[in-house]
Design a binder for this molecule. Sequence first.
Ligand SMILES: [Zn+2]
Ligand SMILES: [Zn+2]
Length: 521
Amino acid sequence: MAQPLAREVAVEVAKQHGVCIRPVPLKRLDIHTGTWDVVDVPCGATLEATCPPCAKRNRQLRMAQCREGWHLDQEPVITPDEPNDEQRWLIEFRADIQAQHDQAVSKGEDTADQDAIITELDGEINEAGMRGNVLSRTTAKRNRSTRRRQDAPNLPKRAMTATTLGRTFTSSDGKTYRPSLFLTLTLPSYGKIRNGVPVDPASYDYARAARDALHFSKLVDRFVQNLRRVAGYDVQYFAAVEPQKRLAPHLHMAIRGTLPRAEIKQIAAATYHQVWWPPAETAAFDGDHLPIWEDGVGYLNPATGEVLPTWEQALDQTAEPLHVSRFGVQVDVQGVLAGTPDADQCIRYLSKYLTKSIADSLDPDDQAQKDHAARMTEALRFEPCSPTCPNWLRYGVQPKGAKPGMMPGRCRSKAHKPDHLGYAGRRVLVSRKWSNKTLTEHKQDRRTWVLEALGQNDQPPDPHRYVWKPVPAGDANVAPLAVRLLRSVAERQRWRTHMAQLQAQADSQDLSATDGLAGAA
Ligand SMILES: [Zn+2]
Ligand SMILES: [Zn+2]
């Protein structure tokens, strides 16, 4: 009885101190000393931030990153760095999971867990400042027939100049202005909405809403492509995907440089994304009548024994897009000048929802909203979320990479979950040349700042010093969570006291350097 209580208290204390409450234990070998120990890595530094203290810290880092890149007046220098610790362990971890995955495949076991981790890790690997994918492409890219090519929208096209910076304007008194843009893009209407819920749920187009949410990040990609063609320079952006009250994702985007408002609206109106997937309108298999797996063959029609078309075969027969998504007519464009309160407000706005999931905008006491969310989840249940989605079996197609045990309606991808409501992509989208730094480097900046304040030398870590390994579940070397949390809290307290002393000294010397303190703490 006492133990769970102690754990709850420890979690509360940890939260108050901004300490990660879901630390990931990792085994670390120090090559210099030859010793193994178990180190807690904050959850926010590894997989997607899930615990509130990590989410908060990541939000502060994102704000710093957004501020830094928005009004750059010099081209960012992009040079690949030596891999750092975090990158190294991500790759190590990725390799381990891949090995587990391959082992499971060879035993014919379910790999949904590993698949989910791999997808997430690949995102994290890119996020950690490494480009590309660990497994380089092994098969040639599909050659789509020309009729399936995405048509180029009818937009003006300027000659490309090799810059990421926006134009400047000089006033008659010689002052230089560097205006940038803040814009908001929404999806179209699916039916009349009042107080965040459909007036008439029966006629509300949930199917369309579901598909638009599933393919939203692709639509954003298209918008950026078009934006760059029209602008004639390598436009950089920092964007956040957020939920609207009606539970559709929408996008806030800080853009470096400026374009006429009318052009932005024209680009948004002309942008669309075609989803070239096989038809998924009518269920071919349903209830107990489901395709059956045969080893070495694939999925068969249970009635006729015929082999279902593979993903590739089905794609070859696809003559029209399954879905075409577009933005809605509501496009908000705002001009913003560097260093103004407007700019600060936009940055806060951009990071406002980052700690929340898409479904977090739901009011838990609002039954109408809960019903609306439930209908949206239902609409997503049998909607294929990706080429590998088991839902394809429902429409008579073997999912890409088909394996035994797949069942329509049982996809483990985030896209189908009530927390995500179709949008499983990244919440923050930052172009590569936004600032000179990746999020990892921004983290490193804070660390350096703090260590300098503490009078310690922040030696660049020896990238080859540590070897990381995941800790198997139930490993006896991992202390109970409550103990680990309280340890971190004690460490944090010691450190805070030290910082407070330094701050007092700095104040008395009238050397205030408060910026960065709050975030680093
Ligand atoms: Zn955490
Ligand atoms: Zn799925």
